[in-house]
Design a binder for this molecule. Structure first.
Ligand code: NZQ
Ligand code: ZN
Length: 381
């Protein structure tokens, strides 16, 4: 097991009717900026619940944080926050609203330009405290300090790391209004988060392995039920908790992490605005094939424990396991090939050239070069 430190300060407030708890979590003397996406919260009653809970608080609102939140939009919110001397932020929405709010929180008390804060970790200074009301299980952003921000001018998308939310309220009933596609990509994103922390070096921690497998098995079990009935409170609760637990640090203690699928997926999204989870499920099966030798032991363990694949030669078991993973993504109604989204060779060439220029090596062994990225994307055509 590798050395590690673990600390996650976010208070999770989970369950029906819990948005009302906002009143207890934010001191009355705070000047709050509430951040929203495009308006889903007005249709599903979440906005009304938030306003009711904060009726005696001093709040202003910022609307329009888009999926794959852009620095161009967030600059406006930072200016609003500075002008109004905001000292508490409340994100109400999905991962994009949360991620965007992390940059707003970092930008309000900072004189540096917002994109520079994203690109240079040394520029992160004091951040405004923030909490969230999460309406979309997927990213884990509600209990981590990551945020992924897009730049519309340069067509880039990069992660940066800030502070944790002080609290996140998760009411599974808020997910009932999600479009079927968002549920599918949310399950896919959660699944791939676990894989990025699990399908790496063998024998580092049997406990982490089993926690990771527990989340994967739960997702496999609940996905068909959720797709049949998205208003099943217990299944949506399980999904929501899986998504949080997949990326809040609980399954990565002392183990190697990969994240190559995410890095490549972000480039697809940056160039085509493809939904995050959709980009990932195109990359992962191809990455598993290209890196099958390096990941052999973990692929076999995953195949046995999650998919019950126990017969055949090593090579056959690996092939079956990768095929089963792709079948699972397709069962969610998602595409698993670039061509299905009309993404052509030009995009592959552009992504490979970006990784070449950056010279970054990806993966748990830092051996996924631009050439390997090319192999993966060629296989994902
Ligand atoms: O904008 P509104 O109108 O609210 O609609 C949103 C949006 O159109 C809608 N939605 C959210 N909750 C809803 C709902 N519609 C109906 N009912 C509800 N309850 O769903 C659409 C997508 O929302 P978005 O927030 O973009 O989705 P998600 O939560 O999947 O976030 C994706 C972003 O998170 C980043 C991704 O790269 C992407 O930019 N990620 C963040 C991570 C992190 N912070 O740790 C890790 C992830 O790997 C990921 O990269
Ligand atoms: Zn993700």
């Amino acid at each position: 097991m590798n050395n590690f430190q673990f600390q996650n300060p976010t208070k999770l407030i989970f369950g029906k009717g819990q948005i009302a708890k906002l009143v207890e979590e934010i001191p009355l003397n705070k000047k709050i900026l509430i951040t929203f996406g495009g308006g889903s919260v007005k249709q599903n009653g979440v906005y009304d619940q938030v306003k009711k809970a904060l009726k005696n608080h001093n709040c202003i609102e910022f609307w329009g944080i888009e999926p794959n939140p852009t620095v161009e939009t967030l600059r406006k919110a930072i200016t609003l926050g500075k002008e109004n001397q905001i000292d508490f932020l409340l994100a109400v929405g999905g991962g994009s609203v949360l991620d965007g709010t992390k940059l707003i929180s970092a930008g309000i008390l900072n004189e540096n330009e917002a994109w520079d804060i994203v690109r240079n970790p040394k520029l992160l200074g004091e951040c405004v405290v923030y909490g969230s009301v999460l309406t979309l299980p997927a990213t884990g952003s509600e209990m981590n300090r990551g945020a992924v921000i897009s730049n519309m001018v340069t067509h880039e998308k990069f992660a940066f790391y800030s502070t944790y939310p002080t609290f996140s309220i998760l009411d599974p009933e808020t997910t009932f209004s999600l479009p079927e596609f968002q549920v599918a990509v949310g399950i896919a994103d959660t699944f791939v988060h676990v894989m990025e922390q699990y399908l790496t070096t063998p024998n580092q921690s049997p406990l982490m392995d089993r926690w990771a497998e527990g989340i994967l098995q739960t997702l496999v079990e609940i996905s068909p039920k959720i797709r049949k009935n998205q208003h099943d409170y217990d299944q949506m609760s399980n999904f929501m908790l899986c998504a949080t637990m997949a990326l809040n640090g609980f399954i990565s203690m002392g183990v190697s992490q990969d994240w190559a699928t995410h890095m490549i997926g972000h480039e697809i999204t940056a160039l085509h605005n493809t939904t995050h989870g959709q980009s990932l499920v195109i990359v992962l099966p191809a990455l598993m094939s290209v890196l099958a030798k390096q990941k052999q032991e973990k692929i076999l363990q995953y195949g046995t424990r999650v998919w019950n694949i126990t017969t055949g030669s090593t090579e056959e078991k690996i092939q079956k396991t990768i095929a089963q993973t792709e079948t699972f993504f397709r069962s969610l109604g998602l595409a698993t090939k670039l061509s299905e989204l009309n993404i052509s060779q030009d995009t592959i060439d552009e992504i490979v050239s970006r990784f070449e220029t950056r010279g970054t090596m990806l993966g748990e062994n830092q051996n996924v070069s631009a050439d390997v990225v090319k192999e993966i994307l060629e296989l994902a055509k």
